[in-house]
Design a protein around this ligand. Sequence first.
Ligand SMILES: N[C@@H](CCC(=O)NCCCC(=O)O)C(=O)O
Length: 247
Amino acid sequence: MPNHAASDHYIRVVMGPVGGIPVLIPAAGEGIIEELLPRLDGLLLTGSRSNVQPALYQGPPHLEGTPEDAERDSTTLPLTRAALAAGVPLLAICRGFQEMNVALGGTLDQRIQDLPGRMDHSTPSDQILPKVRTGKAHGVRVDPGSQLARLWSGLDYDPAAVPVNSLHNQGVCRPAPRLRPEAWAPDGTVEAARVDNARGFAVGVQWHPEYDWQTDALSRRLFETFGDAARRHAAARMELPQAVAAE
Ligand SMILES: N[C@@H](CCC(=O)NCCCC(=O)O)C(=O)O
């Protein structure tokens, strides 16, 4: 039986550093978007074991057994495009980052670990479960002139090697025309990007900041910034003049 679900970590992070009340969006297809969109303060695209259907980016079929979720794709891809057009702040994590790229016309690598010269970004089997998620797997290099670097300003970190966790097989292959990569793994995998000319905050990360925001200041700042953008969008929607002026 299909489930419409989000892991508890996303619920807690929205109620925590984002500062909002999470409302789960059913994977019910694009018919819900017109009514839903005007009610959204922000859109958080979550990670998932499932993968974007290759037909949506003209990719080769998945290896047999690779999980897909057609219902999610049929909801999140058009919703992402609509949210961006409406200026709804967007934070995309892991699968969410991949679907943000596909929604805007980019393509995906399906098994990065099988590509020559690339690293294995998948869930390491030699670590105990909680550490896989809260521990760090590799560094990412962040463009010092990027939105991500601006968002992290004042925090103590090395932009040449920001440690992140890694729980994915797929990744951005050809970035969508509007996707601006801002951080990379040592093997060149795109680890973070913003959407060019977005009307509001629109950032995606390939790693999972929802697992360590309580201890990692960079993860926390990402969610706080998304929350601030969502509050500004909410206030602007309600036509509060003071909030619009502050944007
Ligand atoms: N299936 C995709 C996306 C990976 C992803 O979003 N994983 C979520 C895992 C969450 C967890 O295990 O805690 C891929 O493999 O690239």
